[in-house]
Ligand binder design. Structure first.
Ligand code: PEP
Length: 228
């Protein structure tokens, strides 16, 4: 059974909506990843799905306004954390910061979903350029403990343009050859294309953005993931 990771991003807009969505998506092959303020209330109602967070800081405590430590997440019952999502890289997170976050979070016992993926300009240059780009993003990794990598081509996130499943499987295999961890695909997945990714042996699950906000659509995807 493969797993779907529901990255709600900065949605929904209220706690009652978040709790309602979490109740609908609370299945054992789903991981629910709400915004920080909803982690506690969502955790309270989850019976099957583990909880994830969308970001974490690398220090344990101190004068870091606006940041949240790995231990704080652990205390809330968070098991997974996304690090290096392209939407955070776009806000200024670089590989050096991402490396520090990965090592602090994994050391604290959180399972990290490290996001990598090439921008459109690199994709257009071809497979070799994409390969070099991904290799560079993974260069800092030393330890595979508590690590999952999500391959998310930036041009495919929230655009309705998904990668070719063969390309996603090839990049997943490349990632596995660099560090042998489970690899997810993310980028405009939905119930129509989920099977084409999930049937690839190199792909262990999907990181789902937009479609995870629609409980009915997400449940259709969950049913497909159960078959693999
Ligand atoms: C994501 O944000 O990780 C993502 C894959 O989004 P979407 O499914 O909306 O493309």
């Amino acid at each position: 059974m493969k797993t779907l990771f529901a990255n709600w991003k900065m949605n929904p807009q209220s706690e009652p909506e978040a709790v309602k969505l979490a109740r609908a998506e609370d299945l054992k092959n789903a991981v629910i990843i709400p915004p920080f303020p909803f982690l506690g209330p969502v955790k309270k109602i989850l019976k099957q799905a583990p909880l994830g967070a969308q970001n974490v800081f690398y220090e344990e405590k101190g004068a870091y306004t606006g940041e949240v430590s790995p231990a704080m997440l652990k205390k809330l019952g968070v098991r997974y954390v996304i690090i290096g999502h392209s939407e955070r890289r776009r806000l200024g997170e670089d590989d050096a910061m991402i490396a520090k976050k990965v090592s602090a979070a994994t050391a604290a016992g959180l399972i990290v979903i490290l996001c990598v993926g090439e921008p459109a300009g690199i994709y257009k240059k071809g497979n070799r350029a994409t390969e070099l780009f991904i290799r560079k993003q993974l260069r800092f990794l030393k330890n595979k403990k508590n690590l999952i990598v999500a391959y998310e081509p930036i041009w495919a996130i929230g655009t309705g343009k998904n990668a070719h499943p063969e390309d996603a499987a090839r990049v997943a295999q490349l990632i596995k050859s660099i560090i042998s961890v489970p690899v997810l695909y993310g980028g405009s997945t939905n119930s129509k294309n989920a099977k084409s990714f999930l049937e690839k042996k190199e792909i262990s699950g999907l990181l789902v953005g937009g479609a995870s906000l629609d409980a009915k659509e997400f449940l259709r995807m969950i049913k497909i993931a159960e078959r693999f």
